[in-house]
Design a protein around this ligand. Structure first.
Ligand SMILES: NC(=O)NCCC(=O)O
Length: 383
């Protein structure tokens, strides 16, 4: 079986492990069991008719005496590109709008309050090619572009916060950015968060296209909680997660595009670890499928030129501050993951483990300030 045919680790465990052992294996691998959500049959039927996986889970918190529960639902959407990469650009964008639109409608049936799409969701992940044309033509204004307009309609129609990661062209300067547009459930653009860390690994030649973000670690106060967006490669940087959390994020989304050969063993660990370390929820989203490009490109490793990036392995999941996590969506199919969470869990776990309280931030800040200077001398004691 090839990597792009293997459906999921969870399915494999369930198929092959004895009944008596599966509960213990899952407890050790995934933490406290997440209950399955009872999703409405209209949503289940619509997902099946429209050919995508629909899964729902619930993280619970203790009922407090003084604070009411803060239960909300998030939706994560992963999908493959709809049309071939050489179809006319507008057709590709429109096809993606239509696919994601029908998935968001199902999310609305499931009572989702905040939805997040995958990184640069309106286009193929063409940055492997290093060609500027035609790929930069997918870039749009974060405030006025057709994709933002489309998401504003969805947000208003379904009373849903929409996190829409796109390739952004800044209107005035023409500069390109990798940006998540955050649209309030009122339909207004609340703001945008630009990708802070640009990969320089494998075929991820993104530095050819856009710059490191200049929006810092913005947190967006929505009606359903405080959210932030740490785009893809930023998940390898623990301090990036940390800074969103320092600014008060209760949920950090990680819209991504990454391939199996490169990052799959890291995928289940990084966002989950960030949830633990920062006493918050994290939501990791990855696209699916293999995208074929007309012109061949090389990977600078002496191997033959090729037409694709490899397999994007999906496996989107949500992690909670207590270290538990949902099962992932499939590695191969389009899917919608609906997760109910009580945001009170963040403070409950913070009170239990106290990582935030016990962090020696003033000391780290002082030492880091020295460490980034040219005249820095590492603190090493020698005999
Ligand atoms: N899109 C992106 O930043 N990918 C980089 C590779 C990875 O972080 O797995």
């Amino acid at each position: 079986m090839s990597a792009c045919e293997f459906e999921s680790l969870e399915k494999c465990l369930e198929t092959h492990l004895p009944e008596a052992e599966i509960t213990e294996v899952k407890r050790i691998l995934f933490g406290k069991d997440t209950k399955k959500l009872d999703l409405p049959s209209c949503a289940v039927n619509a997902a099946s008719e429209r050919g995508f996986e629909l899964k729902g889970y619930k993280f619970e918190a203790v009922q407090e005496q003084l604070r009411p529960p803060r239960e909300i639902r998030v939706g994560l959407i992963q999908h493959r590109i709809v049309l071939p990469t050489d179809a006319p650009i507008l057709d590709q964008i429109n096809a993606m709008h239509s696919r994601v639109g029908e998935m968001v409608e199902v999310a609305a049936m499931c009572g989702v309050n905040i939805i997040c799409f995958q990184e640069t969701w309106t286009m193929p992940f063409a940055f492997c090619t290093r060609e500027k044309q035609p790929w930069t033509e997918f870039a749009e204004s974060a405030e006025e572009g057709s994709t933002t307009r489309f998401c504003q309609e969805l947000a208003k129609k379904y009373n849903m916060v929409v996190v829409s990661p796109i390739l952004e062209r800044e209107e005035l300067s023409g500069t390109l950015w990798n940006t998540a547009v955050v649209i309030s459930n009122s339909g207004n653009v609340l703001g945008k968060s630009r990708k802070n860390h640009i990969p320089r690994v494998g075929d991820f030649n993104e530095s050819t296209y856009y710059m490191e973000g200049d929006t810092g670690h913005t947190v967006f106060q929505t009606q359903f909680g405080k959210i932030a967006v740490n785009i893809c490669y930023g998940r390898h940087h623990p301090l990036n997660w940390f800074m969103y959390s320092m600014n008060g994020a209760e949920i950090i989304f990680n819209p991504s595009a990454t391939v199996g050969a490169l990052s799959e063993p890291m995928w289940p660990i990084e966002a989950r670890n960030a949830a633990i370390a920062n006493h918050c929820f994290t939501c990791a989203i990855n696209r699916v499928g293999t995208e074929h490009f007309k012109s061949e490109f090389t990977s600078g490793d002496g191997k033959k030129a090729h037409h694709d990036f490899g397999h994007f392995y999906g496996s989107s999941y949500v992690a909670a501050p207590d270290g538990s996590r949902t099962p992932g969506l499939s590695r191969t199919c389009d899917g919608l993951l609906v997760v109910e969470m009580d945001l009170n869990l963040n403070r409950q776990i913070s009170d239990k483990w106290s990582f935030k309280m016990t962090g020696r931030y003033a000391e780290y800040a002082e030492e880091l300030t020295k460490a980034v200077r040219r005249d820095f001398k590492p603190n090493i004691v020698k005999e």
